[in-house]
Design a protein around this ligand. Structure first.
Ligand code: HEM
Length: 473
């Protein structure tokens, strides 16, 4: 009965609630329903029941690793390339569960490669790519309308490719995005459109090519990454990058090497997971700074105090406290990965788990969506101004006092983001370098944030202008 307590908007025969969540931006449709029906809702999506939670309290409860674990959502599951028995492998992100052998081996082998020392060792390469961005904006000058998300995607894609596998996409030297990015966007858009009614209807038409195109895109990415593994095998180096960690690293528990298929699956995973989200973070961060001039001023003052006019270095990162707060607050308001999914663990003997002190119940079959884009605006925790951009609330002393479920943009538990330190260092450095070099302004001062969703979120149609600061040549 406690399961029936979960509010559910009335649906239509067969299709259930699918019309309730229709929105050009799929996640907005879900946010709308949750805002109407409360912090927990049950929706019927084409015959399948889906529960969503959107309060800090409920998210925190579902993050209890003793009772629940990650189960990839429909979007992620559709990206998984694992076909049992065909010798194919799955990457960390899409792995069905943490007791999956592929996940365990890759997790144990890759954890050290994402540790603090390894990430600090990548600072020079991160700086190399960020300097290409600076050069581009400096040369194009103040009359150039900077396509913010596209240029930050060039930055983050080139950075992860260089740091992970010593490969240069050289995106700043081409107008067109690299075919890998096109293939990736095709796959991600297809998987996040799965709940759009237009795409659903289209997919039922015999001449629809979306599924085939998505398969072809995935195959292209697989072949490209297998090629990179082969190039490394043919040309061994001593570089401390992810590729070497995978090609040479032995599983600390079993002593085994990773098979090529598993390496290639994790390469595609790193390239995808390693740049989309960070590029969205940087884009939203600049938009927030420009729309809240006081915060822009504070951030720039911090750069002047900590870095001055010299070269931005690894030693400055630990002192960029206000920029940390800007990035945290940006990920609170617009988490670029806006939701993750949880379900009852296989090794949990209870077939039913109670939530909110027994008020609601969920069963083993349920996969619960934790909608952090709404939970992170919970007025109970963040107050009446929860929708406002106020980095001060994310300064260390305040951040550490937040309840555990209040800020989860990197997911939770053992399946939390493995690349968090990587993303952080890259974003801190880019913000510091850019604020040190340029004066920015909005191209259109009346621009209002519009969101575009592939699998991750980015601001749509956001342009800015950059002028070199005095004394910078
Ligand atoms: C997992 C967010 C950057 C690699 C995750 C998850 C989230 C997330 C929410 C958990 C997803 C779930 O529970 O379903 C972010 C954000 C980033 C970022 C917001 C940037 C601001 C990166 C980078 C890399 C990366 C730079 C790689 C270099 C991964 C991988 C996983 C993951 C491999 C899967 C971990 C596992 O299941 O063991 N990320 N991520 N991410 N992320 Fe990130």
């Amino acid at each position: 009965a406690a399961r029936d307590n979960i509010p559910s908007p009335p649906g239509l025969p067969f299709i259930g609630n699918i019309l309730d969540i229709q929105n050009e931006v799929p996640i907005k449709g879900l946010e709308h329903v949750v805002n109407l029906y409360g912090p927990i809702v049950k929706l019927n999506i084409l015959g399948k029941e889906r529960i969503t939670v959107a309060s800090v309290e409920l998210v925190e409860e579902l993050c209890d690793e003793k009772r629940f674990w990650k189960t990839p959502g429909d979007g992620l599951a559709s990206l998984s390339d694992k076909k049992k028995g065909e010798g194919n492998h799955t990457g960390l992100f899409t792995a069905p569960s943490e007791d999956d052998m592929d996940w365990q081996q890759a997790h144990r082998t890759l954890m050290p490669a994402f540790g603090p020392v390894a990430i600090q060792g990548m600072f020079g390469e991160m700086h190399d790519i960020a300097s290409q961005l600076v050069l581009k904006w400096a040369r194009l000058g103040p009359s150039y309308r900077i396509p913010v998300t596209a240029d930050f995607t060039r930055l983050t894609l080139d950075t992860i490719a260089l740091c992970a596998m010593d490969f240069r996409f050289n995106s700043f030297y081409q107008d067109e995005m690299h075919p890998f990015v096109k293939a990736m966007n095709g796959t991600l858009t297809a998987s996040s459109n799965r709940l759009k009614i237009g795409s659903l209807v289209r997919s039922m038409l015999p001449w629809d090519k979306t599924a085939e195109k998505s398969k072809a895109d995935q195959e292209y990415m697989r072949v490209l990454s297998c090629g990179m593994v082969q190039v490394r095998r043919d040309n061994p180096t001593n570089k401390h990058d992810l590729l070497n960690a995978m090609v040479k690293g032995r599983d600390p528990k079993t002593g085994e090497l990773m098979p090529d298929g598993l390496i290639s699956a994790n390469m595609v995973t790193s390239l995808i997971a390693g740049h989309e989200t960070t590029s969205g973070l940087l884009s939203f961060a600049f938009l927030n700074l420009l729309q809240n001039p006081e915060t822009y001023f504070q951030a720039r003052k911090e750069v002047e105090r900590v870095v001055g006019r010299g070269k931005v270095g690894i030693e400055h990162m630990k002192d960029l406290k206000y920029i940390d707060a800007v990035l945290r607050e940006t990920l609170r308001l617009t988490p670029t990965a806006p939701a993750f999914s949880r379900s009852i663990r296989r090794d949990n003997p209870n077939d039913v788990e109670l939530l909110a002190g027994g008020k609601y119940a969920i069963t083993r079959e349920d996969r619960i969506i934790c909608l952090i884009s709404t939970a992170q605006r919970d007025p109970k925790v963040y107050g009446e101004d929860a929708n406002e951009f106020k980095p001060e609330r994310m300064l260390d002393e305040n951040f550490q006092k937040l309840p555990k479920g209040a800020w989860k943009p990197f997911g939770t538990g053992v399946r939390a983001c493995i690349g968090r330190a990587f993303a952080w260092q890259e974003a801190q450095m880019a913000v510091a370098l850019l604020l040190q070099t340029f004066d920015f302004r909005l191209d259109d001062p009346s621009y209002e944030m519009k969101i575009k969703q592939t699998l991750t979120l980015k601001p749509d149609g956001f342009y800015m202008r950059a002028t070199l600061r005095e004394g910078i040549t």
